[in-house]
Structures are given as C-alpha cells and as structure tokens.
Design a protein. Structure first.
Length: 236
C-alpha cells in the first residue's frame, strides 16, 4: 500500500485478528504459543500464553525434547539476546500504550473544555433571554451551528480512534432539522379590533350568521352589519 494511513489501519486490524486467532488456539487446544510481530515502522508487538517469556525460554532451552537438545541448535547467547530484545519490545509497547492513554486523556480534556465553552456560550445566551422561545432567529441559528460543529468534531474524533484501534467506524453522521408546526388558525375566522377594543367578526367567520352585507329593496342601497363582542366594555 502506498498510503501510509491505510497501511497503518490495515496493520492494526490484521494484528488484532492474528492475536485473536492465537488466543483461540491456546484456549481451545490447551497449547502454549507466542507470536512476535514487527510493524511497518519497525515497532514490535507480541502475544503469548501463558506469557511470551515462558514460551521463549521453553523453546530456547529445548525443554520437553529428547536428549536435551536445543531447538534448532540455538545457543545460550542468542537466547539471551532474543529475550532481551523481547523485554525491550515489551517496554516500548507499554510506553506506546501509556502515550496512547495520555493522548486520550488530553483529547477528553480538550473535549470537556470545548463543551464547557459551548455551555458557557449557551448560558450567556440564556441570561439575555428568559427561555429559548424568546430568542431571536439569529441567536437560535448561532446556537444551532455551534452545537452541530461540536457534534461533528466529537463524531470525527471517535471514528478516527476506532479506526486506529482496529474497529469499524461508526455510520456517517446526519443532522436532521424539523421545523416547528405552523400556528393554528383563529378560532372565530376573520376578525378585527373595533373601537374600544371590541372584536368585530365577519360573516365568513360565523358561517354567514351574526353579520354581513345585504341589499335594501326599497332604496337599492347596500348595507353591511357586523357582530361585535364587547370585550373592551366589560361584558366578559
């Protein structure tokens, strides 16, 4: 692979798969096994049951072999060198794990600071208005954009960490916005405020009753009437 990021991700996945297979072999068949893997960056990863040191010492000392011969004719000096290399690799592996944990702690700290900043910003907006429904359109849009940015950053960081550790990434993030429903129509149809704050209802709002226009048969003129509810005069 020419892409180094894809190479590292593929190595992490395959390494985890190989170690899992070795662990299953030891569990199902009751065998002792050890495996040492060198990454493309020349970093050493190992797995062994019961331990890598126990399996290597048993292999290099020729234990359980007839005549006490060493496996492959390996002498004491190469055995010591191999064990020392394994111990150094183990130290480097633990150091990498520590660095990884420190990085995760730092990431969580930054994430917590970001959440605190957004919470403070939201609290600042809330102090300027009694409730969210009293905020203006620009304030609500700004708050919505900030929360979407935080959500996308959190999703991206989680997806990257899962890929590094050899797990499949989460599904793509999608943010759906559902606008509020429109306000209900007036209960009495069309109305307007008359003098003294009376509510004047048109004939359309009352099904043609209580007000409207008619033609005077005698004079040929057209007159209109309306129904007034005397709220302003203290009838209710």
């Amino acid at each position: 692979m020419k892409n180094e990021n894809n190479l590292q991700v593929t190595f992490s996945k395959r390494r985890a798969g190989v170690f899992k297979k070795v662990s299953e072999l030891c569990t199902l068949c009751g065998v002792d096994a050890a495996i040492v893997v060198f990454s493309p960056g020349r970093k050493v990863f190992s797995f062994g049951h019961p331990t890598v040191e126990t399996v290597l010492e048993r292999f290099l000392s020729g234990e359980d072999q007839p005549g006490g011969e060493t496996s492959g004719g390996v002498g004491a000096e190469p055995a010591d060198q191999l064990l020392e290399a394994h111990r150094s690799a183990r130290v480097r592996e633990l150091s990498m794990e520590l660095t990884h944990i420190e990085g995760m702690i730092e990431l969580e700290k930054k994430r917590s600071e970001a959440i605190g900043e957004y919470a403070a910003a939201a609290a600042g907006v809330s102090t300027r208005a009694a409730a969210y429904d009293q905020l203006g359109l620009n304030q609500l849009t700004a708050l919505k954009n900030r929360m979407e940015i935080l959500l996308k950053q959190t999703h991206s960081a989680a997806a990257h960490q899962l890929m590094v550790e050899g797990f499949p990434p989460p599904p793509p993030l999608s943010v759906h916005y559902h606008p509020p429903p429109p306000p209900p129509p007036p209960p009495f149809g069309d109305y307007s405020l008359g003098e003294d704050n009376d509510i004047v209802l048109s004939s359309a709002g009352l099904g043609g009753g209580g007000g409207g226009c008619y033609d005077d048969d005698d004079s040929g003129a057209r007159a209109c009437t309306s129904l007034s509810l005397g709220i302003g005069r203290g009838f209710f």
